[in-house]
Design a binder for this molecule. Structure first.
Ligand code: ARG
Length: 570
């Protein structure tokens, strides 16, 4: 279905064209000054220079063209030439009713759907999930759902870190400790062994060398290494899945870096045939520096001197794998900004080798770090790295304390509600700001019942739910607009589809968060200023209940596209 701004743009474009101006000047946008009007068209200003006329004159001509159309309550000119547009209530109501009847609730669907692979989550085997993985999972999941909501085909791949030196470190340490008598692996053991081995490798060159050879052995397919490694993965993945499930992060593929290995021989063939592979200190590399680079860009290492594959190898080979399996139009990597250089190397290598068509976008959506309220990277109380599950538990505990569920609610229900509120608080708290910024983890702020928080949004949905539960009828027809706050709410409902599209185009879930918040604010005002259930006039009550029904559906859809859970009461 068409966006309201598109419908209006079409009308104004025709009007500009009828007056002899370029049609594109007629683009209409939602008003930046809602107290003045609902929509605005600034084309007269843009056209003034081109047509050597005053903006007022152009605006006047266009105004004469559109005047008298029954959709407009008012079209006014504001100096120096803005066209301010206000719609009739009937037109607005009719549009919102169409939105509610639409299968996609007014979210426009792509006419040529793209295939988009999203690489996010990105945990590492044998290492605990930490707050950085939280951001990747939260942002990536939202981007994926938003792209799906506007009709694209999305493929989520968790891209486990399961192929590099960390694997060799753990294998080497296991071997030093237990020789061939491997004990039953446990998550506790894995969590302890990696930091230990990593520290050891920094102090002990011999051990580091051993870990490197173990990595090479694993990659060459050594049976013993493979068997232990497989156990490690199974254990880690079960743990990671449990946490990602809690976060509502769902993946189509649980591939790892290791899944790219079968593609390496073909990658080498391609690189050789294009004469891109050169030798540097025993390693096989691809030069990727380009004229105009601000900083010198080191070559991409494809094979290390001991023959093992590195981090860049796995990513370049994965581009080849994704091209073969999915032929995507775009690959989005949701990874923190510290990996900027890495992705520049990977993308340039993939481009030089022609692994994907020119038209396939390779994009690194780089996010900032998670900081505490002191602005420093987020740590546990004793200064350690905060594990993701600990953090989730802390938030859910806080949500539990704040519950105001009716007396006698079952314990399991309380737990479930607290879990949803806690997760919503964290996710909204992260997504409300643009991902490129650092995320300040401020539990009290995230959990506040007022303001731009997930908790506030959940309250609004729960409130609507409780109103509707008490109503005998669930009307969906809008009869008449009686108050300003009803009108404001209608307008917010009408703008939802545009927010989805903007969030997709800008790859910015924060735009959808902002719209959801504005909708919730408009609903709160409507709720405080109007009688709903206690309204005696039948038509008024029906219209207001219908506004509740539609608001709930749209808010729910928006939060769902952000991957944020909701509750019916809290
Ligand atoms: N596993 C890596 C880490 O935790 C991030 C992987 C990012 N994705 C990728 N395709 N390289 O640092």
């Amino acid at each position: 279905m068409k966006l309201l701004t598109e419908i209006l743009s079409d009308l104004f474009m025709d009007a500009f064209a009828a007056c002899g101006y370029e049609a594109s000047l007629g683009t209409v946008v939602a008003s930046a000054r809602p107290e003045l009007c609902q929509f605005q068209c600034n084309g007269a200003l843009a056209g003034a220079k081109q047509y050597k006329k005053s903006p007022m004159q152009i605006a006047n001509e266009v105004l004469q063209e559109v005047k008298g159309q029954d959709r407009f309550k008012a079209v006014e000119i504001a100096a120096p030439g803005f066209l301010n547009i206000t719609l009739t209530d009937d037109f607005l109501m009719q549009y919102v009713e169409e939105v509610y009847a639409d299968r996609h609730l007014g979210v426009p669907q792509a006419t040529t759907p793209k295939t988009i692979v999203l690489d996010y989550g990105n945990p590492n085997v044998a290492k605990p999930l930490h707050v950085g993985h939280l951001r990747s999972a939260v942002i990536g999941e939202a981007l994926k759902r938003i792209a799906s909501a506007v009709g694209h085909h999305t493929i989520g791949d968790v891209h486990l870190g399961d192929w590099g030196l960390p694997m060799g470190l753990v294998l080497a340490e296991l071997e030093e400790r237990y020789g061939n008598e491997l004990p039953t692996l446990t998550t506790e053991l894995l969590n302890e062994i990696y930091p230990f081995a990593s520290k050891k490798s920094k102090e002990n060159a011999e051990f580091l060398e051993k870990a490197r050879s173990m990595t090479a052995l694993l990659q060459k397919g050594d049976d013993t290494c493979r068997a232990t490694w497989k156990k490690m993965i199974a254990l880690s993945v079960a743990d990671i899945r449990a946490t990602f499930d809690r976060l509502g992060a769902t993946f189509d593929y649980w591939y790892g870096e290791s899944n790219s290995s079968p593609y390496v021989p073909e990658l080498l063939e391609i690189l050789k045939s294009k004469e891109l592979l050169t030798e540097s200190e025993g390693a096989q590399v691809v030069e990727v520096a380009m004229e105009g680079d601000k900083n010198p860009l080191p070559p991409t290492i494809i094979l290390k001197s001991n023959g093992s594959e590195g981090y860049a190898t796995t990513d370049v080979a994965t581009v080849l794998q994704r091209q073969k399996d999915f032929a995507p139009d775009a690959i989005w990597y949701v990874v923190d900004f510290r990996q900027n250089l890495h992705f520049t190397q990977v993308f340039r290598t993939a481009r030089r080798a022609g692994l994907v068509p020119e038209s396939t976008a390779l994009t690194h959506l780089c996010f900032g770090t998670v900081n505490g309220t002191d602005g420093k990277p987020f740590k546990t109380r004793d200064g350690g790295v905060m594990q993701l599950s600990e953090l989730l538990n802390a938030v859910v505990e806080r949500a539990y304390e704040k519950l105001r569920l009716p007396e006698g609610t079952a314990e399991a229900e309380k737990q479930k509600t607290a879990e949803a509120i806690g997760i919503a608080a964290i996710k909204f708290g992260d997504l409300i700001n643009h991902y490129s910024k650092d995320c300040i983890f401020d539990l009290e702020k995230f959990m506040a019942s007022e303001g731009k928080t997930g908790v506030y949004l959940l309250y609004v949905i729960a409130r609507i739910h409780s109103i509707l539960k008490k109503s005998e009828k669930i009307p969906t027809h809008l009869c008449h607009v009686y108050t300003e706050s009803e009108r404001e709410l209608l307008l917010r409902l009408a703008l939802s589809g545009g927010a989805f599209l903007a969030a997709y185009r800008e790859k910015s879930p924060n735009l959808l968060c902002e719209n959801a918040y504005q909708l919730a604010v408009a609903f709160s005002r409507f709720y405080h200023e109007n009688h709903i259930l206690s309204e005696e006039n039948e038509e008024k009550r029906a219209t207001r209940l219908a506004l509740c029904v539609i608001t709930k559906a749209i808010l729910q859809k928006q939060l769902d596209a952000l991957g944020i859970p909701t509750v019916e009461s809290m």
